[in-house]
Ligand binder design. Structure first.
Ligand code: PAF
Length: 294
């Protein structure tokens, strides 16, 4: 049995793709006892009806996937973990950085892994989950207890039929994704436009170079491979062009009134700058502007 904590788009994607009958959602306090039912539209357009039960008291999952929003993760795990065996690997799917470290520091004895995925899923209507973009998922250990379990966890996730790779440097991969999110998401939320449309906006053009200079210095301070501001801008804009018509997750959160993950993206970078004595006024400004949108 694979347990999934967080029944949002990503949780529902994995629940629908993993072998039927082997998945359960972890109930949050006060959640309804009825199973979770939804239509799932696969990438090739085929639609099927999915019913996922809740994990029952006494059931012992072999794996726990955590697909909550970054800001909910610590509290959700504090509720869930007391009834889950301490040997069960925890796989964190959160965007950005900061929440993963909080979890591995709070439960240092548990095997904690992280996943970075380029799979796209959304919920355009209540009761409908769409697998919108086919990508790949990398999974790697965040602490020494998780290290020996990486290959086994990757094999378990690959039973979904999705592309899954074991990753020795998962922190590096999370950083690469963080850089892209830091350069796209806040701009799309503030400017209220699809990813590709930021590129021509004067506000983006004014701030992207100083933002990339901050990120370049932060990468070095965090022990990540050095990248020039120009190379960072190029990677950000390549993704913005490739996903030009997409609404970023942060813009979608603002439009639907959900809390954003800004504190774990530009907010994380601003905090890291404070720790290392690196000025991060652009990350700070973007963080504050997105917080005001909420
Ligand atoms: O957060 C998102 O929406 C995506 O990671 C990205 C890269 C901005 C593309 O939409």
């Amino acid at each position: 049995m694979i347990a999934i904590l967080g029944a949002g788009s990503m949780g529902r994607l994995w629940a629908a793709m993993l072998p039927a009958g082997q998945v359960a959602f972890v109930p949050r306090p006060g959640q309804m006892p009825d199973p979770v039912c939804y239509r799932f539209q696969a990438i090739e357009g085929k639609s099927l009806s999915v019913t996922i039960p809740w994990l029952q008291p006494g059931q012992s999952p072999e794996l726990l996937l955590v697909t909550t929003k970054a800001g909910d993760t610590l509290e959700a795990l504090k509720d869930a973990l007391p009834s889950i065996a301490s040997s069960t690997p925890i796989v964190l799917f959160q965007n950005g950085l900061g929440s993963q470290q909080q979890v591995s520091e709070t439960w240092p004895q548990r095997p904690v892994l992280a996943a970075s995925t380029t799979e796209g899923a959304n919920r355009p209507a209540p009761g409908l989950t769409v697998h919108a973009g086919c990508g790949a998922t990398w999974v790697g250990a965040l602490n020494p207890t998780g290290q020996p379990l990486v290959n086994r966890v990757a094999q378990q996730l690959a039973k979904s039929g999705l592309e899954v790779h074991p990753e020795q440097d998962i922190l590096g991969r999370l950083w690469q994704k963080l850089v892209i999110n830091a350069g796209i998401n806040a701009f799309t939320a503030i400017l209220d436009c699809p990813n590709g449309a930021i590129l021509k906006q004067p506000y983006y053009q004014q701030w992207i170079n100083p933002l990339c200079e901050e990120i370049s210095r932060l990468l070095a301070a965090a022990g990540q491979p050095q990248q020039t501001p120009e190379a960072l801008r190029e990677s950000i804009e390549a993704v913005a062009r490739k996903t030009a018509a997409n609404t970023s997750s942060m813009r979608a959160d603002v439009l639907t009134g959900r809390p954003t993950e800004i504190d774990f993206i530009n907010g994380y970078l601003a905090r890291l700058g404070q720790q290392h004595g690196i000025a991060t006024p652009v990350n700070q400004m973007l963080t504050e502007q997105v917080q005001q949108l909420n």
